[in-house]
Design a protein around this ligand. Structure first.
Ligand SMILES: Cc1cc2nc3c(=O)[nH]c(=O)nc-3n(C[C@H](O)[C@H](O)[C@H](O)COP(=O)(O)O)c2cc1C
Length: 211
């Protein structure tokens, strides 16, 4: 399955990392497009914690792919301004796209159909072709402009999935919260995953309480 993964400059780059990992583990062919602000947030939130942030956004994207694309699927790096990429056309057969995290800026561009870069254009194509578009904004609190943009993309057919992980699975680590969101996104994209224990299946047991 071909999937477009857009990464923009909202906080929460780890959502994109875990999504890339789960998509490649599921054997997807991922078209990856990272905005300039997205690369900056990847450097700040993920890479700085390791070896230090690469100055070059392209190096940040390479380090990100190196760390998270661990499965048998493939990753094609797509330039933000490459409007000749297949994902820019409705004739390409990509059934699903995820933008995670999705900044308020990119959400606004999608809501208003400006399509000035590949992430905006791919989202526009998914909406016009009535395909699956999942947007994962992270912002709080929301102003009325945010809310109206979320409503506009929802009316156009997108699934707005704010980064609001649930706690009923009794998460122990930050990664559990991230995977809660990524599992929900992949479920909507139609990509199999076993990232979480689903409600009604094995009940979560806190460490130290097992019989
Ligand atoms: C460290 C950092 C964190 C940010 N966090 C958010 C955020 O959580 N949500 C948001 O909408 N914008 C956030 N921004 C602002 C966006 O990066 C900014 O609006 C940018 O223009 C988005 O461009 P893009 O959509 O092309 O990635 C953040 C910026 C930085 C530098």
């Amino acid at each position: 399955m071909r999937v477009f993964l857009g990464v923009t400059g909202a906080s929460g780059a780890l959502y994109a990392g875990h999504a890339l990992r789960a998509l490649t583990v599921a054997g997807c062919d991922v078209g990856l497009c990272v905005s300039g602000a997205g690369a900056h947030v990847i450097s700040h939130e993920i890479l700085e914690a390791g070896t230090g942030p690469p100055d070059d956004p392209a190096l940040a994207v390479e380090a990100f792919v190196e760390r998270f694309a661990t499965g048998p699927g493939t990753v094609t790096r797509l330039g933000l301004n490459d409007l000749t990429a297949p994902f820019a056309s409705g004739s390409s057969l990509a059934p699903a796209a995820l933008i995670a995290p999705c900044s308020g800026s990119t959400m606004a561009a999608i809501a208003h159909g400006t399509a000035r870069n590949l992430i905006h254009r791919c989202a526009d194509v998914m909406l016009k072709e009535r395909r699956t578009l999942v947007l994962m904004p992270r912002e709080t609190p929301l102003n009325l402009i945010h809310i109206e943009n979320w409503a506009a993309v929802t009316r156009a057919g997108a699934i707005v999935m704010p980064a609001m992980p649930g706690f009923y699975g009794l998460p122990r680590r930050m990664e559990d919260l991230v995977d809660f969101m990524v599992a929900k996104a992949l479920d909507h994209l139609g990509v199999p995953n076993d990232l979480i224990t689903r409600w009604g299946e094995d009940a979560p047991v806190r460490p130290g309480t097992a019989a």
